[in-house]
Design a protein around this ligand. Structure first.
Ligand code: NAP
Length: 263
C-alpha cells in the first residue's frame, strides 16, 4: 500500500527518491572496473541497465548482481571496434527495451608505447575503439533522444586527455578527442534537452591500472593531493549525478574525478 504523501516526502532524501524517474541506461565496458561500478550504481539509483562488452559471461555475472539487489539488467554483446557490432547491439537493445535515455561511453583500451616507435595499427586501433566507437554509439541514441527531448550522454575520458602523457599518444589522442566530441555534441543537442558531458578519472584502481609497477603507482600517489588512488565507485558517483534529472543544467563540461592531481 502507498504510504500517505506526508510520510513519502518526510525527508529531503525521500523527496529526491520519490521524484526519480526510471530510465534506461546503456553502459559500454560494463563487465568490469569503472563500467561495472557505473552499472551497479545506476541500477541502485533505480534505472534499468543494459550492459555491453565483448565478454558476455562476465556481463552476465554483473547482471546477476544487479538482479540480486532488486534491479533490472540486460546483457548485449558489443565490440566497439566493429561498426556492425555497434549497430547490432543497439538495435537488439532498442527492440527489446525501447528508447535508451542514458548512454555511458565507458569502454576503453590502451596500447602504450613511445610515439617514435608506435605502429600505425596500435595508434589507429585505440582511436577506433575509444573514440570512433563512442561516436558511433552516440549516433545510435541521438535520434530517439531528440524525439523524446530528453537524454544524457556521459563520455568517460581521462585526466591524461587534459594533460597529455608520455608513452600514450594514441590513448591520449582518443581521450582528448572524447572531450572535443562531448563539447560539439553538447552544442548540437542542447536545444533538444540532451546533455552531453565527460568524466575524466585520474588514477583509478582497476584491471587497467593493475599492470603498472609499484614504482609508477607510488609516483602517481605523490602527485595526488587527496593521498589515495581513486575507486571505480568514485567515478560512478559522478556518472550517476550526470545521468540524473538534477544535472539538467550542466552540459559540455568535464568533471574531474582525480583526487586533485590536475586542477
Ligand atoms: P578495464 O578494467 O580495462 O575495463 C575495460 C572495459 O571495456 C571492459 O568491460 C572491457 O570488456 C571493455 N572493452 C574493451 N574493449 C572493448 C571493445 N572493443 N568493445 C566493447 N567493450 C570493450 O578499464 P577501466 O579501468 O574500468 O576503465 C574504464 C574507462 O575509464 C576506460 O575508458 C578508461 O580509459 C577510463 N579511465 C580509466 C582510468 C583508470 O585509472 N582505471 C583512468 C582514466 C580513465 P571486454 O574486454 O569484455 O570487451
Amino acid at each position: 500500500m502507498r504510504p500517505p504523501q506526508s510520510v513519502r516526502i518526510s525527508t529531503p532524501f525521500a523527496k529526491l527518491k520519490n521524484s526519480m524517474t526510471k530510465r534506461t541506461a546503456f553502459i559500454t565496458g560494463a563487465s568490469r572496473g569503472i563500467g561495472r561500478a557505473c552499472a551497479l550504481a545506476l541500477a541502485a539509483a533505480g534505472h534499468r541497465v543494459i550492459l555491453a562488452a565483448r565478454a558476455v559471461d562476465k556481463l552476465e555475472e554483473v547482471a546477476a548482481q544487479v538482479r540480486a539487489a532488486g534491479g533490472e539488467a540486460h546483457v548485449v554483446s558489443l565490440d566497439l571496434a566493429s561498426a556492425d557490432s555497434i549497430k547490432a547491439a543497439f538495435s537488439s537493445a532498442s527492440k527489446d527495451f525501447g528508447r535508451i535515455d542514458i548512454l555511458v561511453n565507458n569502454a576503453g583500451v590502451t596500447k602504450d608505447g613511445l610515439a617514435v616507435r608506435m605502429k600505425l595499427d596500435d595508434f589507429e586501433s585505440v582511436l577506433k575503439t575509444n573514440l570512433t566507437g563512442a561516436f558511433l554509439c552516440c549516433q545510435q541514441v541521438l535520434a530517439p533522444m531528440m524525439k523524446e527531448r530528453w537524454g544524457r550522454i556521459i563520455n568517460i575520458s581521462s585526466v591524461v586527455g587534459e594533460t597529455g602523457n608520455a608513452g600514450q599518444a594514441n590513448y591520449v589522442s582518443s581521450k582528448a578527442g572524447l572531450i572535443g566530441l562531448t563539447k560539439s555534441l553538447a552544442q548540437e543537442m542542447a536545444s533538444r534537452n540532451i546533455t552531453v558531458n565527460a568524466v575524466a578519472p585520474g588514477f583509478i584502481e582497476t584491471d587497467m591500472t593493475s599492470v603498472l609497477s609499484q614504482d609508477v603507482k607510488d609516483n602517481m600517489l605523490n602527485r595526488i593531493p587527496l593521498k589515495r588512488l581513486g575507486t571505480a565507485d568514485d567515478v560512478a558517483a559522478a556518472v550517476v549525478f550526470l545521468a540524473s534529472e538534477q544535472s539538467g543544467y550542466i552540459t559540455g563540461t568535464v568533471i574531474d574525478v582525480n583526487g586533485g592531481m590536475y586542477m
